[in-house]
Design a binder for this molecule. Structure first.
Ligand SMILES: [Zn+2]
Length: 229
């Protein structure tokens, strides 16, 4: 997409979405943002949370990086963007939910699986995806025998669960969860099939989210994915 096309897109946005939500934007400018959910997603161009989830301005706080990875808590953080986003979301915005949203055909997860062997000249990519190395321990026992598509999916699901496990290591995330003020969610979006999975903490399985045709409570299809690990 060229920059000219992007400017065309902006014109379109200004004439439609912005015009329709003019009051909303003005209110957000004067009162500030109060999103109640943080979504940690992948940088992938095919998995935009706002687009996929139909969020309005001011509704979701986001962090996106290669493979939706959250490093574990450290007392010596240095300039770490993901930690700053989570901290702002939890301490200042006091979000009620954090969703780690993985996606299908994730190149970052593939690099983790292949130890970035297909990207030998990269400098930043390998050390970044290696942050999620413990996710390899969450792969199913028969991972090596699985067909490539299933391997990819299982690795993507494992990386989401690894990021959730790491989120729990942040003391203020843990405190907010213990106080019943914060819930963590693992989701996975397949843009090839339009499928959204979520990890059900009660049964420890990935289940498909079935979206009813009109606004209403979500229902679930029978579990089709077993929990990795
Ligand atoms: Zn990705």
């Amino acid at each position: 997409m060229s920059t000219e096309k992007l400017i065309e897109g902006f014109r379109n946005f200004r004439e439609t979405t912005f015009e329709k939500n003019r009051e909303k934007y003005r209110e957000l400018a004067t009162k500030g943002q109060q999103p109640k959910v943080l979504i940690i997603g992948c940088s992938d161009s095919r998995a935009s949370p706002s687009l996929v989830l139909g969020a309005l301005p001011g509704e979701i706080f986001q962090a996106r990086n290669i493979a939706n990875i959250v490093p574990a808590y450290t007392t010596n953080p240095g300039p770490r963007s993901i930690g700053a986003v989570v901290e702002f979301a939890v301490k200042i915005l006091k979000v009620k939910d954090i969703i780690v949203k993985g996606h299908a055909r994730c190149g970052g997860v593939e690099a983790l699986v292949n130890h970035a062997s297909e990207l030998p000249t990269t400098e930043y990519l390998k050390p970044w995806v290696e942050v999620a190395a413990p996710a390899r321990n969450k792969f199913p026992a028969n991972f090596a025998e699985l067909p490539p598509d299933e391997q990819r999916l299982q690795a993507e699901l494992a990386v989401v669960l690894n990021s959730i496990a790491n989120l729990k290591t942040y003391p203020w995330v843990d405190a907010a969860m213990s106080a019943g003020e914060l819930t963590l969610h693992g989701w996975h979006f397949d843009f090839a099939t339009g499928t959204l999975l979520r990890f059900d903490e009660t049964v420890k399985k990935w289940v498909e989210v079935e979206v009813p045709p009109e606004n209403g409570a979500e229902t679930e299809a029978p579990a089709s994915q077993s929990a990795p690990g």
